[in-house]
Structure formats: structure tokens, C-alpha cells
Design a protein around this ligand. Structure first.
Ligand code: C5P
Length: 249
């Protein structure tokens, strides 16, 4: 598989932009999917459900297959604990991982340093560190009701994206709607990864604010995360190939 590149440093090709969400219940299903799609896509996202089911054995297996991994563990804890977890990620040669920006600058910086140091010691490439700003499940109403927060979602998203950048993160996970504002605040070398992607030929499922793969790239994202349009397609390889083609502008 190709080497993972950070945005801004170089032009990404269509398939390099494509991250497939391994939202399947078992290790067997996940490895089967990886085997089927590895030539068509750039990276595989391991989320909390699959990781909680399989543990680090899954990461070992993906490493054996040389499949680039986005570890979507969304760490959020005291800096020392997040640093310890990030060290574990860094030494494994994971391509990308993430933390909640709301953990604060000290926590983000600790994650970056621990992962980079561990990667260097293990002689593997350091992972790209992404921050999650405001979860897309948090509405303006929930912000007010649960957090007593009256600022607009977009203002908070750009605030946390800027905080993440200043604290040493390489980029953020952001909905297509947020990409333009983040680009404006954080510049072209800041990595943006966007879920909620649906090609015109795919079902919308439970996603509310979707964009097509092409539109996401036009809006300025670097990588897209795609799950069900590929994992539930009749021909998964063909679905991945078509999306990668659409990402090659
Ligand atoms: O199947 P689908 O393409 O909707 O999957 C999208 C993936 O991206 C899922 O793993 C989902 O948890 C993740 N995600 C998302 N929206 C966010 C953050 C992550 O859909 N805001």
C-alpha cells in the first residue's frame, strides 16, 4: 500500500484520500474487508466498537497486512493518561489517530509528543494527530442545555480547530459544512478529514448533512471517511473504486 501523506505537503491522489470505516462487528469481517479493498483505498478506520471487540490484536493483524490505520479512539483524559495511550499508538506505526480538542492544549501537546517519541524509538513514521472539535451529534440546543454554552457551533468549531493547531495537532475531523471556515482559520497545511460522505448512487442512511466525495474535495477536505456506501455495497471493491475515481479531481 502507498505511504500516507499529509495534506499541503503534496497532492493526494484519489485513492489516497479514501478512508474506509471498518464498521463491522468482528475481526474476521474486518480483515476480510481489508483484504478485499486494500488495493483500492488509502486507509482503514478502526472505531471504538470494533476495537473494544477485538483489542490490540486487530492492530497487530492490520500491521502484518501493512494496511494504513486511522485509529478513531478519540482520547480525552488527563494529559498523562492520554500520553500513555498515544505512546502505544505511536510505536505501532498507526497512520492517524485522534483526541478530543476539548481535552485542552496540554493534553493535545502531550499526545503529539508521546506518539512522535514512541514512533521515533520504534523507527516507524509518526502518526498524524487529529483533533475532534465539536461532535456533529451536538446541536446548538444541546450546547445550551447540557453545557450552558451560548456561542454558535461554527465559532466553537473554529476555536477548537485553532487551539488544536496551536497545541501541535496536525489536523481535525470535520463535517463538510465546517471545512471552509477551518481552512480559513488554520491554513492549507492543516489536515482535514471529513465523514458524512455519500456518492449520488448511495443511500443516505442516518446521515443528515451529506456531501458527495467530489464536493467534499472541492470544499477543501483532504481525506474522506466512507463506511456503508462501501461496506454494504453488493460489489464493495467496485464501490470503493468508483469513489476513489470521484476523489481524483
Ligand atoms: O457509514 P458511514 O459512511 O455513515 O460511516 C461514517 C463513519 O464516520 C462512521 O464510522 C462514523 O462513526 C464516523 N463519523 C461520522 N460523523 C462524525 C464523526 C465520525 O459519521 N461526525
Amino acid at each position: 500500500m502507498q505511504e500516507v501523506k499529509a495534506a499541503g505537503m503534496t497532492e493526494l491522489k484519489g485513492k489516497e484520500r479514501l478512508i474506509v470505516a471498518l464498521d463491522v462487528p468482528t475481526m474476521f469481517d474486518a480483515l476480510q474487508l481489508v483484504d478485499e479493498l486494500r488495493e483500492e483505498v488509502g486507509m482503514f478506520k478502526v472505531g471504538l466498537e470494533l476495537f473494544t471487540h477485538c483489542g490490540t490484536k486487530l492492530l497487530d493483524e492490520l500491521e502484518k497486512l501493512e494496511a494504513p490505520v486511522f485509529f478513531d479512539g478519540k482520547f480525552h483524559d488527563i494529559p498523562n493518561t492520554v500520553a500513555s495511550a498515544s505512546r502505544e499508538i505511536g510505536r505501532r506505526g498507526v497512520a492517524m489517530f485522534n483526541v478530543h480538542a476539548q481535552g485542552g492544549s496540554e493534553m493535545i501537546a502531550a499526545a503529539q509528543k508521546a506518539a512522535a517519541d514512541a514512533a521515533e524509538a520504534a523507527k516507524v513514521k509518526r502518526p498524524i494527530l487529529l483533533a475532534v472539535t465539536i461532535l456533529t451529534s451536538i446541536s446548538q440546543e444541546i450546547l445550551a442545555k447540557d453545557f450552558g454554552e451560548t456561542r454558535q457551533v461554527e465559532a466553537l468549531v473554529t476555536h477548537y480547530a485553532s487551539l488544536a493547531k496551536q497545541s501541535g495537532a496536525d489536523g481535525v475531523v470535520a463535517s463538510a459544512k465546517e471545512v471552509e471556515a477551518i481552512r480559513k482559520h488554520c491554513g492549507k497545511d492543516f489536515v482535514i478529514v471529513t465523514p458524512g460522505i455519500r456518492p449520488e448512487w448511495a443511500s443516505q442512511d442516518d446521515q443528515k448533512r451529506i456531501v458527495t466525495p467530489r464536493k467534499a474535495v472541492e470544499m477543501g477536505t483532504d481525506y474522506v471517511v466512507v463506511g456503508r456506501p462501501i461496506t454494504r455495497a453488493n460489489d464493495r471493491k467496485d464501490a470503493a473504486k468508483r469513489i476513489a475515481e470521484e476523489l481524483s479531481l
